[in-house]
Design a protein around this ligand. Structure first.
Ligand code: DCP
Ligand code: MG
Length: 481
């Protein structure tokens, strides 16, 4: 525990939804939901305007539509989110060599290691300047927490949301944490919270009062001891630059054991995407994909597969994870799932990605399918309707005459496009037939661009990222027809 609040936690506000609002002027100030748009899709995130109606991350999109029918429902555009994330992480790396990204929109920074004086006034000034720099560089807002420990810094940024900064002064943490629900503490998921609730423990203060022995009895040695320390505000985990980490993994515990095979598969796909998000945020790639499955009876197993070379391609990690899942019997019910990538390389191997992408494309063509961007499964097709990925709501398009826009809706052989750019006024909609030769998929436009970029009718040059390539390949495929 440090004597000054020199650990910074940054978390962007409503990240995917805020990026969409920045890109689409007509959606600013309106409810926006980003996620799987099909009947079995789940919400990735919702704008604060949509949260008022109760829409939350991980909720089935169908439920979100009932709660907030007037929101814009958009497919995710990971290429854009990754670009914004790269810009934000770059700003963090300018503050300190010790930056630990947790996902595309979240990271810890050790300010002391960056030479910032260990005084509240100094770290607060750095945090406020960072927020201004992020706003200037991306157009988006992020919230900052500052504290003497990682756990507390994260709690502080949560308390700062949206668009704020909170400092927890060392010495005040127990008082502050006491009344908070146990779920606030790291490592307390729905299952642990339920175990504690049955023992009459609801708040952090009650967790501390229960004592270490009781927590160990309830939760086992490792988890019980760790939780007791956290409840006292004791957390001396260092900020670890992800380039020094040997693996990246994510896992989820479920409130109710999962038995539905499709649901289990969808969760594994979601975890694979989250894992790749962290991998990419750290600029890393890895060779071995691992899945972890804990069964209803707490028996836990892992399965791994080593690829020909390191990857950070979500499609490759998803495919490997699902292949591994197929070797596991989950019929009894699954309590916990995890996906990880190990054998990390410190650099990305563009040649190898190009090679993997080409191989995949060749396989897909052999199978008679079109090359699909990696995030395809995030948006499932509408029931009974073959909706090509390129006309999913939210995705970029370019019209020969009207320029850049985005798909607002599609169905019955038609596609409705709103023609606007991040720097234009809210734009008008026009409807086309889905096979209109003047309309083709586009690439995400930079959020802070200029009008000179707004009217380019041609597809923009290929980006170097694998996802970007997949999208422009889809564009070329159409233009060949
Ligand atoms: N995300 C996701 N699935 C989840 C949770 C999040 O795909 N179950 C994605 C979408 C989010 C992004 O990750 O925009 C960042 O997650 P956060 O938990 O930080 O949520 P937000 O940034 O959207 O909102 P906020 O941080 O303001 O609460
Ligand atoms: Mg966030």
């Amino acid at each position: 525990m440090r004597r000054a609040p020199t650990i910074l936690h940054l978390d962007m506000d409503a990240f995917y939804a805020a990026a969409e609002q920045a890109a689409k002027p007509s959606l600013r100030g309106k409810p926006v939901v980003v996620g799987g748009i099909g009947p079995r899709g789940v919400v990735a995130t919702a704008s604060y305007e949509a949260r008022v109606f109760g829409v939350r991350s991980a909720m089935p999109t169908a439920q979100a539509r009932r709660l907030c029918p007037n929101a814009a429902y958009l497919s995710p555009r990971f290429t854009l989110y990754r670009q914004v994330s790269d810009t934000v992480m770059e700003l963090l790396r300018a503050l300190s060599p010790l930056v630990e990204p947790l996902s595309l929109d979240e990271a810890f920074v050790d300010l002391e290691a960056g030479g910032v004086p260990a005084e509240t006034a100094a770290v607060r000034a750095v945090g406020e300047q960072l927020r201004r720099d992020i706003k200037a560089a991306t157009g988006l807002t992020g919230s900052v927490g500052l504290a003497g420990a990682k756990m507390l810094a994260k709690i502080a940024s949560e308390a700062a949301k949206p668009d704020g900064l909170v400092v927890i002064e060392p010495g005040t943490e127990r008082e502050l944490l006491g009344p908070m629900p146990v779920r606030t503490l790291p490592g307390v998921g729905p299952a642990t919270a339920e175990t504690l609730r049955r023992a009459g423990i609801h708040t952090v203060a009650e967790t501390a009062e229960a004592g270490e022995a009781e927590l160990v009895r309830l939760l086992g040695k490792a988890h019980g001891t760790g939780l007791y320390a956290m409840a006292l505000g004791q957390d001396d985990r260092p900020v670890v630059a992800e380039r020094d980490a040997k693996s990246v993994s994510v896992e989820d515990t479920f409130e109710v054991d999962l038995t539905d095979r499709t649901r289990v598969r969808n969760e594994v796909l979601r975890l694979a995407d989250r894992c790749v998000g962290r991998l990419r945020a750290a600029g890393r790639s890895g060779r071995t994909v691992v899945i972890k499955v804990r069964n209803y009876d707490f028996s836990t197993l892992t399965r791994s597969e080593t690829l020909r070379g390191p990857t950070d391609d979500p499609a490759v990690v998803r495919e490997a994870a699902v292949r591994l899942l197929e070797t596991v019997d989950t019929t009894g019910g699954v309590r916990l799932l995890g996906v990880g990538v190990t054998g990390l390389a410190g650099f990305t191997q563009e040649d190898l990605f190009a090679q993997l992408a080409t191989e995949r494309e060749a396989e897909e063509q052999a199978a008679g399918g079109a090359a699909e961007p990696a995030e395809e499964a995030a948006g499932e097709p509408e029931a009974g309707v073959e909706l090509p990925r390129r006309w999913h709501p939210g995705l970029d398009v370019v019209h020969e005459e009207f320029g850049a826009g985005w798909v607002q809706g599609s169905g019955l052989g038609r596609v409705t496009v709103r023609f606007e750019t991040p720097w234009s006024a809210p734009g008008r909609v026009r409807t086309f037939t889905v096979d209109d030769p003047a309309l083709r998929p586009g690439e995400p436009l930079p959020l802070l661009g200029g009008p000179d970029q707004s009217s380019a009718p041609a597809i923009r040059p290929k980006s170097v990222s694998p996802a970007g390539e997949a999208e422009s390949e889809a564009g070329e495929e159409i233009s060949r027809r």
